[in-house]
Design a protein around this ligand. Structure first.
Ligand code: NAI
Ligand code: MG
Length: 496
């Protein structure tokens, strides 16, 4: 079992975390004994083995969570809150360790992405820990001779299925509110990134009672599906693709349990003629998450630039992306790391080929690393498409890669219509100093999260989630905790 002191060598930590789930407070081997390789996408080398979960492991984890849930829910809410806040403090001691490990297994650059993610992780626990006292009910003026109140009660065992792109933060957004509300959880990690979340679970199991927070690794059909369909799982919270979201929703419908789904996006960025050009280009680089190879559900992958600024915007964006250094994710000089897996690499390349074939003008930016040690790494040059038809696949579908489409516009109504002409509705940004246009755009854009003149990422206390096929339900706020991880019980005391 790896030591609970920070382990700064990510290779050593990866090996030490090999071959186990965390169930009922202990690191345990998979029931059926099978493991799968965890690959460093920057070199193609195997860095660890992960336990390949099956229905048998899921069943053990859910049963442990169920056994633990009654006592966990009976603790005073503030006690749970204090424990969660302590989890946040503990995780802060591990920021460097977790940042390095997540960089190793996902290929996300340490300085620009992975360390940042590791520090936001703690904040989610601290935030939700502080909300424990808000798990309040109401008194109801029903009958003066009766005391009528509502109580906020937990749902039971929560199944959380998470993806690989921001595994720490996305896991924290699910489990912190679930736990503080008195539920217990079983997480199914993403097959591409099982290690760092397992380490977080190990660190927090030193503070939490056994069975409260369990984690099982494995693939979607083998471990994810049995978690969703398990009869003792009373709520599922999922982040990933629309396709898998539909499967999860169908199973949940059969069981009649609630779900939260955070799915994809094709988020528009609209730059008006009066916008501050430099600021907007900074926003495009940040919003497209070029430093994460564009692997973000909120990526600003459709940028609509007013004709007056278009050429200048394109040139500056190209220059800015060109200046980003691609290389070893663990090297402090690196801005851009790798794509996550050969499958995603091929999928992105296919979108780039389709964009080229559609007749779009294709601009490749930044250089590939020259270090021979990285020759097998999944490095991909960012692509800017211009003159692209709105219905070309990379302009319409979620690429989840460093591919951005630039469109030129002149008519404000038409650009709002174009931005809304998408099956998705996760995020949007507007760049202007015209207050009236800014307000009008924020009102008309179909998205869960709209920002003007900035492009911030998920933060505690800002409601996060989409409309249309981007998902169901919101995360990261007090209201989302109450709505998605508790139910309201009505109690009437008739004393007559
Ligand atoms: P995915 O939706 O297949 O995987 C996400 C999670 O769901 C993983 O933990 C996976 O093991 C699990 N899963 C897969 N099939 C399942 C099933 N039948 N039952 C229960 N759980 C299941 O996404 P994937 O394959 O990693 O990526 C494909 C595309 O999905 C990406 O290119 C991107 O467009 C989108 N995506 C969106 C994310 C977001 O943040 N909204 C995150 C990851 C992917
Ligand atoms: Mg998949």
């Amino acid at each position: 079992m790896p030591s609970l002191d920070p382990i700064l060598d990510p290779h050593a930590l990866a090996r030490a975390l090999s071959g186990v789930h965390l169930i009922d407070g202990a690191l345990v081997a998979p029931v059926e004994g099978r493991c799968f390789d965890v690959i460093n996408p920057a070199t193609g080398a195997v860095i660890a083995q992960a336990a390949e979960g099956t229905a048998a492991d899921v069943d053990l984890a859910v049963k442990a969570a169920k056994r633990a849930q009654t006592a966990w829910a009976r603790r005073p809410a503030r006690e749970r809150g204090k424990l969660l806040a302590e989890c946040g403090r503990r995780l802060l001691l591990h920021v460097e360790e977790l940042g390095r490990l997540v960089a190793l297994e996902t290929g996300k650059a340490l300085r620009t992405e992975s360390r940042v993610e590791a520090s936001v992780l703690a904040d989610m626990f601290t935030f939700f820990g502080g909300l424990a006292s808000e798990l309040k009910g109401e008194s109801v003026p029903f009958n003066p001779d009766m005391l009528t109140v509502t109580l906020r009660e937990p749902l039971g065992v929560v199944g959380a299925i998470i993806p690989w792109n921001v595994p720490l933060l996305l896991m924290a957004m699910k489990i912190a509110p679930a736990l503080v509300a008195g539920n217990t959880v079983v997480v199914k990690s993403a097959e591409e990134a099982p290690l760092t979340v397992l380490r977080v679970c190990q660190i927090l199991n030193a503070l939490l009672p056994p069975g409260v927070f369990n984690i099982v690794s494995g693939d979607g059909p083998g471990a994810g599906a049995p978690l969703v369909s398990h009869p003792d799982v009373r709520k599922v919270t999922f982040t990933g693709s629309v396709e898998t979201g539909r499967i999860v929703y169908k199973t949940a419908a059969e069981k009649l349990i609630p779900v939260t789904l955070e799915l994809g996006g094709k988020s528009p960025m609209i730059v008006l003629a009066d916008a501050d050009l430099e600021r907007a280009v900074d926003g495009a680089v940040a919003g497209m998450r070029f430093t994460r190879q564009g692997q973000s559900c909120t990526a600003s992958s459709r940028i609509y630039v007013h004709a007056d600024l278009f050429d200048a915007f394109f040139e500056r964006l190209r220059a800015r992306v060109d200046a980003l250094a691609m290389g070893d994710p663990l090297d402090e000089r690196t801005d851009i790391g790798t794509v996550i897996s050969p499958e995603q690499f091929a999928r992105i390349q296919d979108y780039i080929a389709k964009g080229r074939a559609s007749g779009a003008t294709t601009t490749e930016c930044s250089g590939l690393p020259t270090d021979p040690a990285l020759a097998k790494g999944l490095f991909l040059r960012p692509v800017i498409f211009t003159d692209i038809a709105p219905d070309a696949p990379p302009a319409r579908e979620e690429v989840f890669g460093p591919v951005v489409c630039l469109f030129k516009w002149t008519d404000f109504d038409a650009v709002i219509e174009a931005a809304n002409d998408s099956p998705f509705g996760l995020a949007a940004t507007v760049w202007t100093n015209n207050l009236q246009k800014a307000l009008e755009a924020t009102r008309r854009l179909e998205a869960g999260f709209v920002q003007v003149n900035q492009n911030l990422v998920v933060q505690p206390n800002l409601s996060y989630g989409g409309v249309k096929t981007s998902g169901l339900g919101k995360e990261a706020t007090l209201e989302s905790m109450l709505e998605h991880f508790t139910h309201k019980k009505t109690v009437i005391l008739n004393m007559l």
